[in-house]
Design a protein around this ligand. Structure first.
Ligand SMILES: [Zn+2]
Length: 430
């Protein structure tokens, strides 16, 4: 069954949940030991991401004249031509239903069948042309005070200092490398993608809040968020928050100064929020999860919470990534607190069955982290297969509580009492 309303609701939930993560900065005890040069090469090196790299296999949807400018679900007006990657074709013969694709700017589109004149193969293109089209669109949307920084995988549109944009670019690329290592280590065969991922960096928190308020509640309480519909991570210059007149000095901050500033312990919490959201983006874009659903929220959040912990790679100010993830101390403390207080008889089963975080957000996040961290350390292959099983379900389908439990039990067994016991024993030793 298709369900785009469900998608929107879940998108809203994920945005709202990100908001719930914003809390006062915590102390960070990451050691800054330099990382030994890794012999393991990252797959990225084999991927041609030059401007000449061919972009093939896309579709072109032509919209009927009469439907032009009409607003589709997701509040995007229909243009004459929409080019992108097909996600699903749920049109019926009568013209009802929807055709869904990710357009060339990364937006998730669900086009009403009765608005469509034709669908054919789009002409082949190059990555350079795609980057140029994205650059033009971003500059048009954000205005002449913004610049674009293009990296292998990302397009960063920013009006912060160049130094801050450079710091973000390295953080995001390092994270995406780390994600690749995570995938390789666990036998996750994920599709590469050439289409750039977009990151929006505002110079000031007030500009961020103005933009973010249109997309998510509680924008003034968060440091960053990922929007599944636009496929963008949005954030602001965290180094701008220093002192009262920092705004006048921030534009002169170099990359090295930014790195130094954001390596300080009191910046750790906000940086981990950026990393958390960037992990959502890369996981969805590499197909480990689907932006269209179905979702297993505990795994989506568990993965991002796993990646939140830096591993001390000095070149990125402590924010580098290998496939070994230290304990997320913050979530560990929350989980211990939750476990000591909860009245639920079977909290693990409840979390997976209901996939709802709204009742006890902090407890749900903490339990997601604890379970994900435990399974990642003890049953990584099964965890990988479980996630891929969900990723392979048809887009926009409803994922029933019974099916959620059945999928989980298929890989981890149905002895929930034993699982809980083992998890608690594991957690006590951390
Ligand atoms: Zn999250």
């Amino acid at each position: 069954m298709k369900n785009t309303t469900l998608l929107r609701e879940i998108a809203a939930i994920i945005l709202a949940l990100s908001a719930a993560l914003a809390c006062p900065a915590q102390e960070n005890d990451a050691d800054d030991a330099p990382e030994k040069a890794s012999a393991q090469s990252v797959k990225k090196a084999k991927i041609d991401r030059s401007d000449d790299a061919p972009i093939v296999g896309r579709k072109r949807v032509t919209i009927k004249q009469s439907a032009l400018g009409k607003v589709e679900e997701g509040a995007r007006p229909l243009e004459r031509e929409i080019v992108g990657r097909e996600i699903a074709d749920y049109r019926t013969i009568s013209g009802a239903g929807k055709y869904s694709l990710e357009d060339e700017f990364g937006f998730l589109r669900a086009i009403p069948g009765d608005a469509i004149e034709s669908i054919d193969d789009a002409p082949d293109s190059t990555l350079g042309e795609l980057r140029k089209a994205n650059e033009e669109r971003l500059l048009k949307e954000f205005g002449p005070s913004f610049s674009i920084k293009t990296t292998d995988r990302y397009m960063i549109v920013y009006n912060s200092s160049d130094g801050y944009a450079e710091w973000c670019a390295r953080l995001f690329e390092s994270l995406a490398d780390g994600f690749q290592r995570f995938a390789d280590k666990n036998g996750l065969d994920l599709q590469e993608r050439l289409e750039p991922m977009t990151v929006v960096v505002f110079a000031t928190k007030s500009e961020f809040v103005r933009y973010a308020s249109q997309e998510t509640p509680g924008a003034d309480k968060i440091a960053a968020y990922y929007n599944m519909e636009t496929n963008r991570v949005v954030l602001y210059d965290l180094s701008e928050t220093e002192g009262t007149d920092a705004a006048s000095t921030k534009r002169r901050r170099t990359f090295l100064e930014t790195k130094e500033f954001l390596s300080r312990p009191n910046a750790a919490f906000n940086v981990s929020t950026i990393v958390h959201e960037a992990t959502h983006q890369v996981a969805y874009n590499r197909g480990l999860f689907r932006r269209t659903g179905p979702f297993a929220l505990w795994a989506v959040e568990g993965l991002s919470l796993l990646f939140e912990t830096p591993n001390g790679k000095a070149s990125q100010g402590g924010w580098g990534y290998r496939a070994n993830f230290p304990v997320n101390e913050r979530q560990l403390a929350f989980f211990k607190d939750f476990a000591s207080k909860t009245q639920q008889k079977d909290p693990l089963r409840d979390l997976i069955r209901q996939d709802k975080f709204m009742v006890d957000i902090q407890g749900s996040y903490a339990t997601s982290w604890a379970l994900f961290h435990y399974l990642y350390k003890k049953r990584p292959k099964e965890l990988a297969k479980y996630m891929q099983e969900i990723a392979n379900k048809p887009p926009y389908t409803v994922y029933s509580p019974e099916e959620r439990i059945a999928d989980f039990e298929k890989y981890f067994g149905d002895d929930w009492e034993k699982l809980t016991e083992n998890l608690l024993r594991f957690i006590r030793k951390l």
